[in-house]
Write a protein that binds this ligand. Structure first.
Ligand SMILES: NC(=O)c1ccc[n+]([C@@H]2O[C@H](COP(=O)([O-])OP(=O)(O)OC[C@H]3O[C@@H](n4cnc5c(N)ncnc54)[C@H](O)[C@@H]3O)[C@@H](O)[C@H]2O)c1
Ligand SMILES: O=C(O)C1=N[C@H](C(=O)O)CCC1
Length: 254
């Protein structure tokens, strides 16, 4: 049985994962952390990570970017593997993630779904052919009106995946309103739409002369992220220090 701490337990994803774990005999949430108190849980909840002294094998995090620094410090101090799913981290935090990965097991992924992680691989081969043929690359992402970060972590991860296949030669363009000039060939445009209850849509557009290829992932429920996070937690518990991602979980057949 894997013992898990749910960081951000009273949020939307925290509650989706609480329900998934309730029905899974291989994993148990032994404690939660959340400053918001308006939710009843079957496990003890602490208002900050430092207060939690419950024995555990892994932490799963879906909280807020501002909470990630203290979470990483805690995981190093307690030698706890961490599945990091919160998006919108700044450069200093991304550096701290790398440093933490030298001391404990860290699995960071902007999207825990099988579909998006498969799309990342498909994009690499498509980009190599299409960018060489002069196709322009644009990404449009759509999310619900409660999302605070933009563009989504997934849109950035998709762009990174494409850029890796193209020898890191592309710049990301988030805003075209401040200049009057044609798009550069070596750029990936990234646009964010926010509205209603859209769970998550990511569309990658390869636009060439007289033809367009669109590769799109649509999330119809948050449970796809929750299932991926729970499988990642089972995978990561007991792993040595290092940086892991969802491809490792998928490859392990989880
Ligand atoms: N990687 C993925 O697959 C994936 C999928 C969905 C959401 N996310 C990301 O996960 C994060 C949370 O998403 P959500 O929809 O559940 O948001 P949410 O706002 O519904 O929930 C976040 C919860 O974190 C809590 N929180 C705030 N500060 C905290 C702290 N210091 N310690 C512990 N908890 C704290 C909030 O009170 C809230 O209950 C976002 O960054 C989102 O982009 C990632
Ligand atoms: O609902 C969110 O917030 C999501 N955030 C992740 C992102 O920023 O990519 C994954 C999709 C849902």
């Amino acid at each position: 049985m894997v013992r898990m701490i749910m960081h951000g337990c009273n949020g939307k994803m925290g509650q989706v994962i609480t329900e998934i774990c309730r029905k899974d005999s291989e994993i148990e949430i032994v404690a939660g952390v959340d400053p918001y108190t308006g939710v009843e849980n079957a496990y003890p909840v602490f208002s900050s990570i430092e207060e939690c002294e419950v024995e555990a094998d892994v932490v799963v995090d879906f909280a807020a970017a501002g909470a990630v620094d203290s979470l990483l410090d805690y995981c190093v101090k307690r030698r706890l593997p961490v599945v990091l799913c919160t998006t919108g981290l700044n450069e200093a935090q991304l550096a701290q993630v790398e440093e933490t990965g030298r001391q404990v097991a860290v699995l960071k992924s902007a999207n825990m779904s099988l579909g998006v992680n498969t799309l990342m691989d498909l994009l690499k081969s498509a980009a190599k052919v299409l960018a060489t043929a002069g196709f322009d690359i644009e990404i449009v992402e759509k999310h619900h009106n409660q999302k605070v970060d933009a563009p989504s972590g997934t849109a950035l991860a998709l762009a990174d995946s494409i850029n890796e296949a193209l020898d890191q030669a592309y710049e990301y363009k988030y805003d075209r309103t401040q200049e009057r000039k044609k798009r550069d060939k070596k750029e990936i445009g990234i646009q964010a739409v926010r509205g209603g209850s859209i769970v998550g849509e990511h569309e990658v557009i390869f636009a060439g002369m007289d033809e367009v290829i669109e590769m799109k992932h649509t999330a119809y429920s948050k449970s796809i992220f929750g299932k991926g996070a729970v499988e990642a937690a089972k995978f990561l518990a007991g792993k040595p220090a290092g940086r892991y991602d969802m491809k490792d979980v998928i490859a392990a057949g989880k």
